[in-house]
Design a binder for this molecule. Structure first.
Ligand code: MTE
Ligand code: MO
Length: 344
């Protein structure tokens, strides 16, 4: 997303979505049928989620995880058989979910996060709650999670770069969490902030980084309270890999992936609309709402279709992008009367 191109005609699609990463891999041999994965019940990453030759789950997920968290994750509620919390779409294999990442704090290449996050320390972790609410304060991760039962949710994740994955998250309702802090009547928006720690995030001390750290995101209060919005602490029945935003991240499945901010350390209730990192960087290309919308193209590429990962030269897996990423029935009413072309 950082790549600056002079004319839109100059952009090869390989720069939007570095497909070369996939050409050389054995993904094409798996076939679509091979991608359908069991529900990873029992708390272990199903062997089928990893193809032969992949690194093991243990090699891919080195984030420290406290025992209480592992235990809590193992007691999660399974995903319902049908409804918006699950999808019939084939899940993206664990090895792709954990190696093809956007986490610019670790670097701009898709492989940088999994290569550079190996020693990312997430224990102890706390989240500061601030702004328009009755219960501000500093909460440990354990405090944050304590009253919530974790649930499995299988959601599509649609990146603004026109690729997508299907990920079985482990998390809990964001709205249930926010209610505990008793937001005041002035709380119209909620802002989230990623950890600022140049010792752990190499790009935060890079002279070449164009992002103003820390990464920030925001939601309108009614969006944040929507049952589809979750705080996730794991995926594939295990604790969150560092490269996917350990120990706690947002997942807002009807919006472009950049809204789903990783490694959160601060939540602030606000009366005014917060800024968000990508909008701040390039307001003509990225907005606050960022609802997945095939009818509104990115100024440099079409948003009408997406590459469902894993894809390859031989199996491009091009699928049509759906309004609100397929969650229109659930969330459309949040935007009644709004011009979604202006509010992109
Ligand atoms: N802090 C932070 N959060 C972030 C990003 C980032 O660079 N930094 N990238 C975003 C983007 S662009 C996407 S598509 C998703 C990717 O999540 P994943 O790597 O778990 O698939 O994380 C989002 N959250
Ligand atoms: Mo993204």
């Amino acid at each position: 997303m950082l790549i600056k191109i002079k004319k839109s005609s100059d952009i090869p699609s390989s720069e939007i979505t570095p497909e070369s990463v996939y050409y050389s891999r054995r993904d094409f041999m798996r076939g679509v049928g091979g991608i359908a994965i069991g529900s990873a019940a029992g708390g272990l990453i199903s062997q089928a989620a990893l193809a032969e030759g992949d690194k093991t789950a243990a090699e891919l997920n080195l984030a420290s995880k406290p025992a209480w968290l592992a235990q809590k994750i193992s007691q999660r509620k399974p995903v319902p058989a049908s409804g918006p919390f699950v999808t019939v779409d084939a899940k993206t294999p664990y090895s792709d979910v954990a190696t093809y990442n956007n986490f610019y704090e670790f670097g701009t290449d898709k492989a940088d996060p999994s290569n550079r996050a190996k020693h990312f320390a997430v224990d102890p972790w706390s989240v500061e709650v601030a702004g328009e609410c009755n219960k501000p304060g500093k909460y440990t991760l354990e405090d944050i999670l304590k009253p919530h039962t974790l649930e499995e949710r299988v959601y599509r994740l649609r990146c603004v770069e026109a690729w997508s994955m299907v990920i079985p998250w482990v998390g809990f309702s964001l709205g249930d969490l926010l209610k505990r802090f008793e937001p005041s009547a002035n709380a119209k928006f909620v802002e989230f902030q990623t950890l600022l720690d140049p010792k752990q995030f190499p790009e935060q001390s890079s002279r070449f980084a164009t992002i103003h750290w820390p990464y920030v995101e925001g939601l309108r209060m009614d969006e944040a309270m929507h049952p589809l919005a979750i705080m996730a602490v794991g995926l594939y029945g295990d604790a969150m890999p560092a490269q996917n935003g350990a120990p706690i991240r947002l997942v807002v499945p009807w919006k472009y992936g950049f809204k789903s901010i990783k490694s959160i350390v601060r939540i602030k209730f606000r009366s005014d609309m917060p800024t968000n990192t990508w909008k701040d960087l390039q307001p003509s290309e990225y907005g606050f709402y960022a609802n997945v919308n095939p009818a509104v193209n990115h100024p440099r590429w079409s948003q009408a279709t997406e590459r469902r990962l894993p894809a390859s030269l031989f199996m491009p897996q091009r699928v049509e992008t759906r309004p609100f990423n397929g969650y229109a029935d659930e969330v459309e009413s949040l935007y009644t009367g709004m011009d979604l072309r202006r509010n992109y």
